[in-house]
Design a protein around this ligand. Structure first.
Ligand SMILES: [Zn+2]
Length: 243
């Protein structure tokens, strides 16, 4: 099989895992892409970070009144358009864990560049049922990739999803999105978070409700400070605008 595959690869070069096009070997890309990740020049050239002053937001609760953590920071280095509009569905629904790992290394390099720090990285967990269906948690792979680059240790055991929720992307009403994730997370009491600054990582921020709810669980579990990070988000807005 190995030889046959090598011959087939020679005759038919691997195609881009995002768009199906042929990778252009001559294109110069300012990113280190792993050898086993096939991305074409077109897809990679649509990978454009947010301007430096548009990466920091405040992650608000819905409703905002009575929010015990009104200043929760949310860091998003890439817009949910171009590269990520095409790759996030591939990560989630088309079995491309290698795209999630690559996204993690990108996120990690921006976390370092923008001097974000923490004691521990924690990904947003999937429910056990959904993780089994998909075979991996894309936020977990992103968090691991980021951890390897920026050197902050990562644990996917700290935060547990205790409520099966609908996909946030399937809900259009903000209040319903908020109640959908309410009480969805808790921390594992085996882990002591007392005094720690925790960096919470997800793939996409839409309303920020999921990140906010998970941050509340981390605070309840003893975290001293939480900073939320998403690889991409769909709000091209002014610095520190609420999310
Ligand atoms: Zn492509």
């Amino acid at each position: 099989m190995g030889i046959l595959k090598d011959v087939a690869d020679l005759l038919l070069p691997p195609t881009c895992c995002v768009c199906g096009g042929f990778p252009d070997a001559d294109g110069k890309i300012p990113y280190d892409v792993p050898e086993d990740l096939h991305l074409c020049f077109n897809c990679l050239s649509s990978l454009i970070p947010q301007p430096e002053d548009r990466r920091f937001f405040t992650c608000l609760s819905e409703p905002y009144e009575g929010d015990p953590h009104p200043e929760l920071p949310l860091y998003i280095p890439f817009p949910y358009k171009g590269f990520f509009e095409k790759t996030v569905p591939q990560m989630k629904f088309h079995e491309h864990p290698e795209l999630a790992s690559f996204t993690g290394t990108l996120l990690g390099s921006y976390i370092s560049k923008d001097n974000l720090n923490a004691d521990l990285i924690v990904p947003i967990p999937l429910s056990a049922k959904r993780e089994k269906e998909r075979g991996y948690n894309q936020a977990g792979l992103i968090a691991q990739g980021a951890s390897q680059v920026c050197g902050i240790p990562c644990s996917d055991k700290v935060l547990v999803r205790v409520k099966e929720t609908m996909r946030q992307t399937e809900i259009t009403d903000n209040a319903v999105r908020s109640s959908n994730v309410q009480g969805a997370f808790r921390t594992d009491p085996e882990f002591c978070l007392d005094g720690l600054k925790v960096m919470l990582i997800d793939d996409v921020a839409t309303t920020g409700n999921t990140l906010h709810e998970a941050a509340v669980a981390l605070y309840e579990g003893g975290a001293a400070q939480v900073v939320c990070c998403a690889a991409c988000g769909n709000r091209a807005v002014l610095n520190a605008e609420s999310y």
